[in-house]
Design a protein around this ligand. Structure first.
Ligand SMILES: [Zn+2]
Length: 199
């Protein structure tokens, strides 16, 4: 019988020894919209290869599953915008925009480079977008968790996501409603593992 642990192990092996898993192997109904594999991001450039997957540390993926399980009964699924980010891409992004606060300095690396952070939103069970206070990667004050403007629905959705993610043991980023970290992530190593199955 295939249990969750076997599924995680299978995905682990599929990444040729890398310590990350494909999150869609763990969260079966995860919607994936990797924005850095398109020009639809704040850099206005595609910096990920076609077919870039949502790779995460096994613990990050398991917590994501816990959040997704808690949301399903409320009529929502999770949609990821960014997961693990290779350090080589971090250098490329830093070259385009060397501005701390916008792009993490690749010398230190950020939690996305550790497979320990995920950017995400809610969608309905049939995959329709749900109103949030801002678009992904907005640097406005309205992207902060404490923001009380905007529509009631957008604030409620932000809260539903926060409760599910914190309930699964993630830490929120006060400035970015979409970004969640694994606790203690900064102590974990920065990784450089392949992004796509063909690499
Ligand atoms: Zn992020």
């Amino acid at each position: 019988m295939l249990g969750a642990a076997n599924l995680v192990m299978g995905a682990w092996l599929a990444t040729a020894g890398a310590p990350v898993v494909d999150a869609t192997e763990v969260v079966k109904d995860l919607a994936v919209d990797m924005r850095y594999a398109t020009p639809d991001n704040f850099l206005k450039q595609k910096v990920y290869p076609d077919g870039a997957r949502c790779l995460l540390l096994p613990e990050t993926a398991e917590r994501l599953k816990k959040a997704a399980d808690a949301l399903r009964g409320q009529g929502y699924r999770l949609k990821v915008y960014d997961c693990y980010r290779p350090i080589a891409v971090q250098w490329q992004m830093w070259k385009i925009l060397p501005k701390p606060g916008y792009v993490a300095n690749p010398k230190k690396g950020g939690n996305h480079n550790r497979g320990a952070a995920v950017d995400l939103t809610l969608v309905t069970l049939d995959g329709a977008d749900v109103e949030m206070p801002t678009a992904f990667d907005s640097f406005e004050r309205s992207a902060h968790h404490g923001y009380q403007g905007g529509t009631k629905a957008s604030r409620e959705h932000r809260e539903i996501l926060r409760v599910a993610m914190e309930g699964a043991g993630f830490k929120r980023n006060p400035m970015e409603w979409w970004h969640y970290d694994l606790p203690g992530a900064t102590k974990l190593p920065v990784l450089d593992v392949p992004f796509t199955k063909s690499q």
